[in-house]
Design a protein around this ligand. Sequence first.
Ligand SMILES: [Zn+2]
Length: 298
Amino acid sequence: MRLRTLLLSPLLLILAILFLVTNTWSWGFFAHKEVHRYAVLSVPDAMQPFFAAYADSLIARSMEPDQRAIVNRKVEGPFHFIDIDRYGKYPFSELPRRYEEAVKKYGKETVDSNGTVPWRIQDFTEKLTKAMREKHKNDILFYASNLGHYIADAHVPLHSVENYDGQLSDQKGVHARWESRLPEMFRKSYELKPSAVEYVGSPLDEAFLIVLESNRMVDSVLSMDLKAREGLTEAELFKVTQRRGRTEYQFSDVYYGRYHELLGGMVERRMQESIKRVASYWYTAWVDAGKPHLGGLK
Ligand SMILES: [Zn+2]
């Protein structure tokens, strides 16, 4: 059942669209911080003197790329996603995985505007490696925290498709419902934990692997959103609140409870996989930098 069929008045529809949460850059602030918090705890002992000492900074700075996106959407925005379904059918083999080759085939403007998160991950992994090799504290903090953000974003299913916010299927706002509201509401039931790290042989191939994983989940993200609304009246589907004299419509707790159940732990799994990947990329940069002693860096 589509949203429109549930809404009786056109005015209500307009209000709902206006007031439903609209952030589509990435996991909400809360989820990004959680991913970084556990990623810091996941790095091997030899890296801990630095990562534990600067844990607060690494966690707080997990949001920097989104802050840049708000200021400079045109430049920063595409680093957070890839609409890979603009390149044919899964597994999108017609898209060359190397950036230069993709640009040669489709043109820079097309490739850049379709989103570049896999290449951003590759680029920032190389820069983090260099920063570690040179033991440059500020650069390590910048590239580690920011790289972690892009890796976590690539784990969000809707960061891999053109219909990133349900705008093409009458499901506007599903982006934030999935990646921000669900983790905020159900975090207490998640059993997130530090993860073992793995050396990433090819940061670029791994980034595309993450995107393909995400892409396989898109159908469920969208279909379960619709299923969660089935049979609910307008009054059950929306929570109506008054704020500063204005009426605001938000999806109800009943809807979120159903969506959470229907997804069967998908959000939690993607957060846990983000933790593992973020820590593994940090570890990989450190290994490739020659395993420098980073403890005591000022
Ligand atoms: Zn983002």
